[in-house]
Write a protein that binds this ligand. Structure first.
Ligand SMILES: C[S@@+](CC[C@H](N)C(=O)[O-])C[C@H]1O[C@@H](n2cnc3c(N)ncnc32)[C@H](O)[C@@H]1O
Length: 274
C-alpha cells in the first residue's frame, strides 16, 4: 500500500471512519484487478491446492489443526486467503468485507476455485443479526490498522466464535509503523508508536509500492501490540501464543527494514481460543 500521510484527524466516530475507509478501498479496487497479476491469480485459484498463504501462516494453521473446521475471515478483501484455507483441509464458509468491489473479485476467485462461499458486504462494526458462529476466525495482513476501536472489534470477533473456536491473526507489527520507508531518512522514527490519532492516507491503496494518485482520505491507526493483546483478552479470549517475526509481510518498500543486524520486529501472529 502506498501511503501519503496527510493531516491528523480529530474526534471521528467509528461509522465516519469506516465509511471513509470503505470509500477509499472501493476507489482502489480496480487497481487490484488490472494487469497480469490478477489474471495469474485467477488462473492459480483454479489449480488444485491453490494457496497464497506463506510458510509462517501455513505452519501456524497446521499447528492449530484447521482441517474440517468452518472458517470466517474478517476483512477478507478478494478472499484469496480464505479460499487458500481449503488447501489445508479447512472449510472456508464466510468472508466479511465492507468493499463490494473486492467481494466481486472474491466471487470470481471462488468460482475459479470451484468453491461455494458466502461473501458478506458489511462493516465489521455493524454486522447483521443472526450470523453463524465459527470454528476458526482468520484475520491477516492489513486489517487491524483500519479499525478505529479495538475493544469493540474484539468483542465482535468473539461473537463470531463458537466455544472452543480458534482466532488466528497474522499481521504487520505495529512497531514498524513508526517508520516511513518513503521519506528521506527511512531508518529514523517518524511517527509515535503511541499516537492516538490515526494517520490520514490520501493515496490509492495498493500493495505494489507505486503511487496511483490521490483518492478520498482514509484512516490508519497504529495500535500498540499491548493494546491488541489486552483487547483480545478483555473480550474473553484465551491467548495461546504471540510470536514476533523479523520478516516483512508488507509492501516492497518495507524490505529496507528486513535482514538487518539490528533487526526490528516486522510481523507477528497471535492465536487465541474462546
Ligand atoms: C489490506 S486488506 C486485507 C488484505 C488481505 N489480508 C489479503 O492479503 O488479501 C484490508 C481489508 O479490510 C477491509 N475493511 C477495512 N475496514 C473494514 C470494516 N470496518 N469492516 C469490514 N471490512 C473492512 C477493507 O475493505 C479491505 O478489503
Amino acid at each position: 500500500m502506498a501511503h501519503e500521510i496527510g493531516t491528523i484527524m480529530t474526534n471521528r466516530s467509528i461509522a465516519s471512519v469506516t465509511s471513509a475507509n470503505k470509500a477509499a478501498w472501493e476507489a482502489s479496487a480496480h487497481l487490484h484487478k488490472s494487469g497480469s497479476g490478477w489474471a495469474r491469480l485467477v488462473e492459480a485459484a483454479g489449480r488444485p491446492g491453490f494457496s497464497v498463504l506463506d510458510e509462517t501462516l501455513t505452519a501456524l494453521l497446521r499447528k492449530y489443526r484447521v482441517d474440517g473446521r468452518r472458517a470466517v475471515q474478517i476483512g477478507c478483501n478478494n478472499a484469496r486467503e480464505l479460499i487458500s484455507l481449503a488447501s489445508l483441509g479447512g472449510v472456508p464458509v464466510l468472508g466479511i468485507d465492507q468493499s463490494p468491489a473486492f467481494l466481486t473479485q472474491g466471487h470470481e476467485l471462488a468460482d475459479a476455485a470451484g468453491l461455494k462461499l458466502t461473501l458478506l458486504e458489511a462493516d465489521i462494526y455493524d454486522l447483521p443479526d443472526g450470523l453463524d458462529e465459527f470454528d476458526l476466525v482468520l484475520i491477516t495482513i492489513g486489517v487491524l490498522s483500519w479499525m478505529p476501536d479495538l475493544p469493540e472489534f474484539f468483542r465482535i470477533v468473539s461473537g463470531l466464535m463458537k466455544d472452543g473456536a480458534t482466532l488466528v491473526i497474522y499481521e504487520t507489527h505495529p512497531f514498524l509503523e513508526i517508520f516511513d520507508p518513503n521519506c528521506e531518512s527511512p531508518h529514523e522514527p517518524r511517527f509515535s508508536y503511541f499516537a492516538k490519532e490515526p494517520q490520514v492516507v490520501t493515496q490509492a491503496i495498493t500493495y505494489d509500492g507505486e503511487n496511483h494518485g490521490k483518492i478520498e482520505p482514509s484512516y490508519w491507526f497504529i495500535h500498540p501490540l499491548a493494546e491488541i493483546v489486552t483487547a483480545c483478552i478483555q473480550a474473553g479470549l484465551k491467548l495461546q501464543e504471540l510470536t514476533e517475526y523479523p520478516h516483512s509481510i508488507r509492501e516492497p518498500e518495507y524490505d529496507v527494514y528486513a535482514g538487518q543486524t539490528a533487526q526490528v520486529p516486522m510481523s507477528y501472529s497471535l492465536v487465541a481460543l474462546k
